[in-house]
Design a protein around this ligand. Structure first.
Ligand code: PHB
Length: 365
């Protein structure tokens, strides 16, 4: 038997950039399905976030507003848990395959062909093929162009992300809009912090000194309350471009897309992983029904059911992104209007409640 997966394992994507916010429904899915409860013991429960603008923080109190919380637990940890559960349950996982081909998804001889890490070519025949292969999905391309609509928008900005060895600067996440652009103060642990600031997608991250990065972050959160970021050594800095994308439909023949293969969201709403888990919840119910009763009704409804949630999350992520970021060509009207929107949202219990409900995942789990 192979050793249990550790974070340093080559089989795990070394991608520490992924957002680390899990909705309560995602946490429930991981724990109820028996993956494990590490998210509860190792993750951090957050009962709110701060929206910061005009140099002041406005707390969105999730517990008070909707009686829910989210958990800060990075995606790479979720991957470790899922991979370990698969191994524990005797699943057959092949790492490092290449030259993947997805064939005949509308026939009863659907199959994939891959070359394994040791060079062996194999063909796997499948009744149902789940394409959960990420934003660069190969499976998605098996949906012919005349059947598929690719909905997407690009944004004229990206995130400059850092990981730093420092104590937390705040107990909860701070989403800040400033005249210099957006900044997000997030955390990883008591000793490692994650922060981002809006930048040009063409920015060269390596050309920034630590001091310049800290000064840039600091001026975006500056305010009369004297909020001061706790600085430390920066051990990772990189530019993360993003876009909004939806593939419609998410099903073609025996192929079912799930997660980033079917849609990507900008990171501002922290919805990416949560949407992937929500797809899996819907797909599981449909597969369970199909294999236990022979009825394909839920499978037939999969794409429409999944897309309903996807479009709501697309709207939320787009809204959060546009409300908190500043386009470099924004007029004074646009800049002031966005502040008016933030004041309207934070100044009304209904506004805060809408944001809290969408951020924590909403009732439809
Ligand atoms: C993160 O901690 O990486 C993070 C948190 C919240 C977001 C995006 C990223 O909205």
């Amino acid at each position: 038997m192979r050793a249990p997966l550790e974070e340093s394992d080559d089989r795990i994507p070394h991608d520490r950039h992924r957002a680390g916010i899990l909705e309560h429904g995602s946490v429930k899915l991981l724990t109820d399905s028996g993956v494990n409860g590490r998210v509860l013991s190792e993750g951090h429960r957050h009962d709110g976030i701060d929206l910061r603008f005009d140099g002041r923080s406005h707390r969105i109190d999730f517990q008070d507003l909707v009686g829910e919380s989210v958990w800060l637990y990075p995606q790479n940890e979720v991957f470790v848990d899922l991979a370990a559960a698969r191994e524990r349950d005797g699943g057959d996982v092949r790492y490092g395959v290449r030259d993947t081909e997805v064939l005949d998804v509308t026939t009863d001889t659907s199959k994939i062909r891959v070359t394994e890490a040791d060079g062996t070519e194999i063909e796997i025949h499948c009744r149902i093929l789940v394409g959960a292969d990420g934003s660069q999905s190969i499976c998605r391309k098996a949906i012919p162009a005349d059947v598929r609509t690719d909905h997407f928008i690009e944004y004229p900005f990206a995130w400059f992300g850092i990981l730093t060895e420092a104590p937390p600067s705040a107990p909860e996440l701070i989403y800040a809009r400033s005249e210099y652009g957006f900044a997000l103060i997030s955390q990883r642990s008591e000793t490692v912090q994650r922060m981002y600031f809006q930048c040009d997608p063409a920015e060269d991250a390596s050309s920034w000194s630590e001091e310049r990065i800290w000064d840039e972050l600091q001026r975006r959160v500056d305010g009369l309350d004297g909020l001061e970021l706790k600085r430390g050594r920066i051990f990772e800095q990189m530019v993360l471009p993003f876009r909004s994308y939806v593939c419609e439909p998410m099903r073609h023949g025996n192929l079912f897309l799930a997660g980033d293969a079917g849609h990507t969201v900008p990171p501002t709403g922290a919805k990416g992983l949560n949407l992937a888990l929500a797809d899996v919840r819907v797909l599981f119910r449909a597969l369970d029904s199909f294999f236990s009763t022979g009825s394909g009704a839920l499978l037939d409804a999969y794409s429409d059911t999944a897309l309903q949630r996807v479009w709501k999350a697309q709207n939320f992520s787009y809204w959060m992104t546009s409300m908190l970021h500043t386009r470099s060509d924004a007029t004074s009207f646009e800049r002031r209007r966005a502040l008016g929107e933030l004041a309207a949202v934070t100044g009304s219990r209904y506004g805060r409640q809408y944001l809290a409900e969408a951020y924590t995942g909403g009732p439809d789990n």
